[in-house]
Design a binder for this molecule. Structure first.
Ligand code: SF4
Ligand code: SF4
Length: 239
């Protein structure tokens, strides 16, 4: 005859911390139905899946959860959350696991991208002057080679433009020709837009790093520049 497992609530410290920060996380409501696991792109990576993760939290396996690398494999896509019949917020659980890691021990790639963005305004660490030079150079090339786009406007920091559009920073560095198609569409529809020179990148790896301060700083600098220096009415995030 099997013996029931007795849980000591005091051992579920991490669950209490997460519920304190995210009262709507609903961790205690899990039915173990497996819907989250069935749709999760990270399921079974490293022998983990979202249903198992929730069970571990409820069993108070705090140390095992915090040191398992799986939290960094989760894409934060939130499919589990939207499909869960009990609205259990697994992405926010994962976010809190990530933030429990000392900042310097978080994955180097994400950490470096977040630090680059804080320092240079984009995850690739491209100096602003290089970004502006690339944009102007590619735009000029298009104007010269395609007569139908001879008067195409591509600007950085044009005051009073209706839209501020940001840009994945990988494209100006590794695939500059990929900048053109969006510009052409904007030109054809007559959009009034500009790139900002401050925090011009659309990505924000500080979100994935679970660095609240860095994430906030990037957004605040971006919004300040748009509101106070450019006066754009709308922001379009291309990421
Ligand atoms: S979908 Fe929700 S209720 Fe079902 S196992 Fe996953 S977390 Fe638990
Ligand atoms: S947010 Fe993470 S756990 Fe949820 S479905 Fe996406 S990858 Fe899986």
């Amino acid at each position: 005859m099997s013996i029931p497992i007795e849980l000591n609530e005091k051992d579920c410290e991490f669950k209490a911390i997460v519920l304190d920060r995210v009262p709507t996380a609903n961790l205690d409501m899990c039915l173990t139905c497996g819907t989250c696991t069935g749709g999760c792109p990270a399921s079974e990576q490293m022998g983990m899946d979202p249903r198992k993760l929730v069970r571990m939290v409820l069993f108070g396996l705090d140390e095992e959860i915090k040191k398992h690398d799986w939290a960094w494999v989760c894409t934060m896509c939130a499919r589990c959350f939207w499909e869960c019949p009990m609205n259990i917020d697994i992405p926010k659980l994962v976010y809190n696991i990530r933030s429990s890691w000392p900042r310097d021990s978080r994955p180097k790639g994400i950490l470096g991208s977040c630090d680059n963005h804080i320092r240079a305004g984009n995850a690739m660490g491209v100096p602003t002057d290089d970004f502006i030079w690339t944009v102007e150079d590619v735009a000029e090339e298009i104007r010269e080679s395609s007569p139908e786009f001879a008067d195409m406007q591509v600007t950085v920091d044009r005051k009073g433009a209706y839209m501020a559009i940001n840009q994945n920073s990988r494209e100006p560095v590794t695939e500059p020709d990929e900048l053109g198609p969006l510009w052409k569409i904007l030109h054809i529809v007559g959009a009034d837009w500009t790139y900002p020179s401050v925090m011009w990148a659309g990505e924000n790896y500080c979100l994935f790093l679970a660095d609240d301060q860095g994430w906030k700083y990037i957004l605040e600098e971006f919004v300040y520049h748009i509101d106070n220096n450019l006066g754009c009415k709308m922001v379009v995030n291309t990421e």
